[in-house]
Design a protein around this ligand. Structure first.
Ligand code: SF4
Length: 102
């Protein structure tokens, strides 16, 4: 980790608690790894108050990364995953009996 993205990111500059661009690249790497068993916990950390929603989409991280990683794209993907999981229908608390008549 070189830290160039943190140096270029106004959200990281203004909020020391923000997890930052490189952390989101790493988080996405594990979120998309089917062998990783901590998906929900990891997603909830990455989308916490200090996570992806702190990003203001300035895209400086994408511009300065010497490894040509794309933290902005990682952040967008994590946001989509988080919103998708929040919109997923919850299972009914009391499912009707299978033989119940309408
Ligand atoms: S994402 Fe790129 S700019 Fe940011 S720390 Fe990693 S290598 Fe450096």
């Amino acid at each position: 980790m070189c830290g160039a993205c943190y140096g270029a990111c106004p959200s990281a500059r203004d909020n020391a608690a923000y997890l930052g661009p490189h952390a989101m690249v790493k988080a996405l790497r594990f979120l998309e790894d089917t062998r990783d068993g901590t998906g929900e916990e990891r997603l909830s950390l990455a989308a916490s108050d200090d996570g992806v929603f702190r990003c203001h989409s300035v895209f400086n991280c994408q511009t300065v990364c010497p490894q040509e990683l794309d933290p902005s794209a990682a952040i967008a993907r994590i946001r989509r995953r988080s919103l998708g999981s929040r919109l997923k229908p919850k299972p009914a608390r009391h499912a009707p009996a299978k033989d119940a008549k309408p």
